[in-house]
Design a binder for this molecule. Structure first.
Ligand code: NDP
Length: 254
């Protein structure tokens, strides 16, 4: 098989959650350019429609709130009505609320856990059920973070949710291997996006960048290789892995 065929996603349908901005919208474009049909999902459907207009393949916009079980089940019903089957899930929707542990309210903790862990579980669970029912050979990619593997200041709830997401990935991989469903996590380091670019241009932000061995932030397109690997048959013997793309951040010296 040629390398082009290995990463080809023609004939596949990919659901990308949190596709209305940042990494999610970029992931949708990358998978579309590799030939997949895309289901763009998030709460802000107007933003999704703007992203949809840039996609090269057939695509669909479906409203989704990962915190609401009925919203996840309604999305799957809509996919069925469209006569599509999800082959690839990019479980990307996520939020953060940086707070010192001592100043963090219980509400803030619960909000982060609800979206980043419970929401990711909800989508992965019901999409996996639909893959099993339709006997689809699937790939689920949970978007974790290097903060799921190490800790950082003011990110207790976020780091805890992403660590649990990595364990969820491994547990699902173990059980679902026999159903031909692969489950892997992608753990990006600090990637430049619209919402963090102001912070990383401050003195404090530049201080963070100094801790990255490559001395720079990652670019969205630098996640493409890992994303396409996990989405395609190029990773047909990979499941339960956490792929780190971080400019060496996790190996900075103690
Ligand atoms: P953004 O804030 O740009 O995007 C977050 C996306 O999640 C939005 O599209 C938002 O859509 C969606 N979302 C949030 N809450 C919900 C919800 N309840 N239901 C459905 N969708 C929701 O952040 P990023 O692109 O930076 O982050 C994307 C993912 O990548 C997150 O999981 C994040 O933790 C992870 N990550 C990001 C890194 C970075 O450096 N940027 C590094 C490591 C990991 P809407 O508001 O329309 O619902």
């Amino acid at each position: 098989m040629s390398s082009k065929e290995l990463f080809n996603l023609e004939g596949k349908v990919a659901l990308v959650t949190g596709a209305s901005s940042g990494l999610g919208s970029h992931f949708a474009e990358t998978l579309s350019n590799a030939g997949a049909k895309i289901i763009l999902a998030a709460r802000r459907t107007e933003e999704l429609k703007k992203i949809q207009s840039n996609l090269s393949q057939e695509s669909f916009v479906i409203e989704l709130d990962v915190n609401d079980k009925d919203s996840v089940l309604d999305l799957l019903k809509e996919v069925q009505i469209l006569e599509k089957k999800i082959d690839i899930l990019v479980n990307n929707a996520g939020i953060s609320d940086p707070k010192k542990f001592k100043e963090m309210s219980e509400e803030s903790w619960l909000r982060i856990i609800e979206t980043n862990l419970n929401g990711a579980f909800r989508v992965a669970k019901y999409v996996a059920d639909s893959m099993i029912n339709s006997k689809t050979k699937g790939s689920i990619i949970n978007i974790a973070s290097i903060l799921g593997l190490r800790v950082g200041l003011n990110l207790t709830s976020y780091a805890s949710a992403k660590a649990a997401l990595i364990q969820l990935t491994k547990s699902m991989a173990l059980e679902l291997a026999r159903s031909d469903i692969r489950v892997n996590a992608l753990a990006p380091g600090y990637i430049l996006t619209d919402i963090n670019k102001d912070f990383f241009s401050t003195k404090e932000g530049k201080g963070y960048i100094k801790n990255i061995p490559m001395q720079r932030l990652g670019l969205k397109r630098e996640l493409d290789g890992a994303l396409l690997l996990l989405s395609s048959d190029a990773s047909s013997f990979m499941t339960g892995s956490t792929l780190v793309v971080d400019g060496g951040h996790l190996v900075n010296p103690l």
